[in-house]
Design a protein around this ligand. Structure first.
Ligand SMILES: CC(C)(COP(=O)(O)OP(=O)(O)OC[C@H]1O[C@@H](n2cnc3c(N)ncnc32)[C@H](O)[C@@H]1OP(=O)(O)O)[C@@H](O)C(=O)NCCC(=O)NCCS
Length: 169
């Protein structure tokens, strides 16, 4: 099957933080950021697979930095690795300083999407060919994360998680 680069799936969503989207500290509500990331990730997965895609799992979210009311928030999503029918999407979240325009990394997350047919059955997706050092690093670690996610979901026995076991040997 054809190979695609992570760049081909790159999706960038930029939007403001409005009052209705904040918590009592006037920072962006976590669930709103999760929804924005889910949207960006689903577009990236769709661009990679050109199929209907569904969120299978949210593997990791780090809310490292609060995002204040009025911020300009950019969510960047790229497929970091594809497997048979699933794709790992890596998300980087940036906020932009109003005066300097300088971007600061606020958060990151990793989602898993699955390509499906009209009946919701998983279908194969193209392979991926990482180009940059960051893309290659993310690609390398993705199998370990997939195994961890499957173990936590009760879909893989820990003894079969070869990549995870290798970490402790
Ligand atoms: C995601 C879904 C299609 C998987 O279906 P399934 O019957 O478990 O199919 P499979 O077991 O063949 O898994 C399909 C792929 O998903 C991967 N997968 C399933 N659960 C996963 C998890 N928790 N973490 C990581 N990958 C997962 C499998 O490893 C497999 O990947 P591969 O084919 O690339 O090796 C199905 O569970 C579903 O439709 N869920 C609902 C999706 C949805 O509605 N999302 C929005 C929530 S509001």
């Amino acid at each position: 099957m054809e190979l695609k680069t992570p760049e081909e799936s790159k999706t960038t969503l930029t939007d403001l933080v409005l009052p209705s989207e904040t918590n009592p500290l006037n920072n962006l509500f976590g669930g709103e950021l999760l929804a924005r990331m889910d949207r960006a990730a689903s577009i990236a997965a769709r661009r990679h697979s050109r199929r209907i895609v569904v969120t299978a799992s949210v593997n990791h979210v780090a809310f490292n930095k609060a995002v204040p009311l009025g911020s300009v928030v950019t969510v960047e999503a790229k497929v970091s690795r594809s497997f048979k029918t699933s794709m790992e999407i890596f998300l980087d979240v940036w906020i932009e300083d109003r005066e300097s325009g300088r971007r600061t990394k606020a958060n990151e997350a990793i989602y898993t999407f699955v390509a499906v047919d009209d009946m919701g059955n998983p279908v194969p997706v193209p392979g991926i060919d990482p180009q940059t050092k960051l893309e290659k690093d993310r690609f390398e670690a993705a199998l370990r994360r997939k195994q961890l996610s499957l173990v936590l979901a009760g879909k893989l026995k820990p003894k079969d998680a070869t990549e995870l076991k290798a970490l402790f040997e």
